[in-house]
Design a protein around this ligand. Structure first.
Ligand SMILES: CC(C)(COP(=O)(O)OP(=O)(O)OC[C@H]1O[C@@H](n2cnc3c(N)ncnc32)[C@H](O)[C@@H]1OP(=O)(O)O)[C@@H](O)C(=O)NCCC(=O)NCCS
Length: 140
C-alpha cells in the first residue's frame, strides 16, 4: 500500500476534522500503518477532494478507521466505503472482522449495525480513562 505524500496529508487532515486532537492519527502514524503489509485503503473523492476513507488491516482482521468529511455526511459515503472494504476482505477469505467504536459514537455504531456487526465486549477505558469502546465483530 503506497499512497503518495499528498494523499497521506489529506487523510490526516480528515482525521483532524473527524476526531479530537488526542485521537487523530498524525502523518507519522499514518505512514507507519500504510507501510505494513495487508493494509487495505478505500477512498471516496469528490471533485478532487478527499471526502472519505476507510483503512482496514487484513492481517489483524480489524478496521482501523473510517473518516467522512463533516460536510459530506449522511450521503451514504461511509456505507459505500464499508461495502467495498468488506467485499475485498471477503475475497481474502477472512472469517470475521472486528472494529472498536466509542460507546457514545452513535453514528458509527449505527453504521456498523447496518452492516451486521454485533457487540462482542465493552472495552473499559479504551480511549483513555472513562472513555469506553465496544468491540464489534462481523462474521463474514
Ligand atoms: C460515522 C461516519 C463515518 C458515518 O459516515 P456517513 O457517510 O455519514 O454515513 P452514511 O451516510 O453512509 O450512513 C450510514 C449509516 O450510519 C448511520 N448514521 C450515520 N450518521 C448518523 C447519525 N448522525 N445518527 C444516527 N445514525 C447515523 C445510519 O444508520 C446510516 O444508515 P442510513 O442512512 O441507511 O440510515 C461519520 O459520521 C464520521 O466520519 N464520523 C467521525 C469519525 C468516526 O467516528 N468514524 C468512525 C470511527 S469507529
Amino acid at each position: 500500500m503506497n499512497p503518495g505524500s499528498l494523499q497521506i496529508e489529506l487523510m490526516c487532515e480528515l482525521e483532524r476534522l473527524c476526531y479530537p486532537e488526542t485521537l487523530a492519527y498524525d502523518t507519522f502514524m499514518m505512514r507507519e500503518f500504510l507501510r505494513e503489509p495487508g493494509m487495505l485503503l478505500v477512498c471516496e473523492w469528490h471533485r478532487g477532494e478527499l471526502v472519505g476513507f476507510q483503512l482496514s488491516d487484513r492481517k489483524r482482521a480489524t478496521i482501523i478507521t473510517i473518516d467522512v468529511h463533516p460536510g459530506y455526511r449522511r450521503q451514504g459515503i461511509a456505507s459505500r466505503l464499508m461495502h467495498r472494504s468488506l467485499q475485498i476482505l471477503k475475497a481474502f477469505h477472512l472469517k470475521r472482522i472486528s472494529s472498536q467504536v466509542a460507546v457514545d459514537n452513535i453514528s458509527s455504531l449505527m453504521l456498523h449495525f447496518k452492516f451486521g456487526f454485533k457487540i462482542r465486549q465493552r472495552l473499559r477505558n479504551y480511549y483513555g480513562f472513562g472513555n469506553d469502546a465496544y468491540l464489534l465483530v462481523l462474521e463474514l
